[in-house]
Design a protein around this ligand. Structure first.
Ligand SMILES: Cc1cc2nc3c(=O)[nH]c(=O)nc-3n(C[C@H](O)[C@H](O)[C@H](O)COP(=O)(O)OP(=O)(O)OC[C@H]3O[C@@H](n4cnc5c(N)ncnc54)[C@H](O)[C@@H]3O)c2cc1C
Length: 280
């Protein structure tokens, strides 16, 4: 287990918010922005959900105190969505208001499809009064093109990703080609929404998104390209050197296993990296 914890460090910036801020400082020095994520999902008790909310408030405070260029990302099941929607909304509102006071931004990550509609409903219930909150859409879900159209019409800030959760074929595209084609169609729709963010390590998807932004008349400061900590660091710098805004998702905390597992599942090179190092 200790070896695995060590290897997870490739994808996770450390145990504490201050460990993560160290990583953010290094990114900022290269002109790269960050979004901080306190790892954790599926809180089971009110105490866990409230502790997670406190961590998010702490992140906002530490970002302001240290002056780093970072916003935050969070998951609603960590704030109690699975067992108390009222509590979850209350905590989310508190975090979004605190972020607004500190001129910062909160991205609501998207989890498995059991939570998609509830996550969107909660997001839209805050969105009109709180422009500093954004959402994530997953191109693997058949519904997402409709959701992207709605987001563009309502002026919502969206991060577009392919989707990291295993979903049934009835609601999700079964092949990579279909997920990719849906990504490009959603990117074209979201180029008409405010400050779209394209979260992917896939050069073909980045190219399609850049073309869509260009066609929509956006300039390089009107959108972001986002990647995950530990993946394609050289590419972040190339994109930044070409003048694009690049933001890296920097997760930290002790509840790293589900996140780490998703990274191993989605790309065999990540799994090989871990296996090779374990055997060495
Ligand atoms: C900033 C960010 C936030 C995210 N937030 C969410 C979220 O809220 N909800 C969610 O479900 N998912 C989220 N994800 C994960 C996402 O859904 C995908 O699971 C993950 O990004 C892998 O898909 P991909 O688009 O990077 O490309 P993949 O389909 O994994 O890879 C496609 C191609 O990209 C290239 N490539 C990929 N990785 C590498 C690499 N390390 N080195 C070299 N080439 C590479 C290769 O050519 C590869 O064939 C997020 C991803 C990012 C980047």
């Amino acid at each position: 287990m200790r070896a695995l914890t060590f290897l997870a460090r490739r994808f996770v910036a450390g145990d504490t918010v201050d460990d993560a801020l160290e990583a953010v400082r290094a990114l900022n020095a290269d002109g790269i922005k960050a979004t901080l994520d306190n790892l954790g999902e599926d809180s089971l008790t009110r105490a866990q959900a409230l502790a997670a909310a406190e961590q998010n408030l702490l992140m906002l405070r530490r970002i302001a105190e240290t002056g780093v260029d970072a916003n935050i990302s969070l998951k609603l099941t960590q704030l109690g969505l699975a067992f108390d929607e009222g509590l979850c909304r209350e905590s989310l509102l508190k975090i979004v208001e605190e972020a607004a006071r500190r001129k910062n931004f909160v991205r609501i990550d998207m989890e498995g499809s059991a939570w998609t509609q509830k996550t969107l409903d909660l997001f839209y219930s805050l969105h009109d009064a709180h422009p500093n909150v954004g959402i994530v859409l997953q191109s693997m879900l058949r519904r997402s093109e409709g959701d992207a159209r709605e987001a563009a019409a309502r002026g919502a800030r969206v991060r577009l990703v392919k989707g990291a959760y295993k979903e049934p074929h009835a609601i999700a595209y079964p092949t990579k080609d279909e997920v990719n084609a849906a990504y490009d169609r959603c990117a074209a729709l979201l180029a008409k929404a405010p400050l779209p963010a394209f979260g992917t390590h896939d050069d073909a998807r980045i190219d399609a998104a850049l073309k869509a932004c260009d066609a929509a008349g956006l300039v390089k400061t009107d959108y972001e390209i986002q990647m995950l900590y530990g993946l394609r660091a050289k590419r972040w710098r190339e994109l930044r050197a070409a003048g694009h805004t690049v933001r890296v998702y920097v997760p930290y905390g002790s509840h790293w296993f589900p996140y780490f597992y998703r990274r191993l599942r989605e790309r065999k090179e990540n799994l090989l990296f871990v296996l090779r190092n374990l055997f060495e």
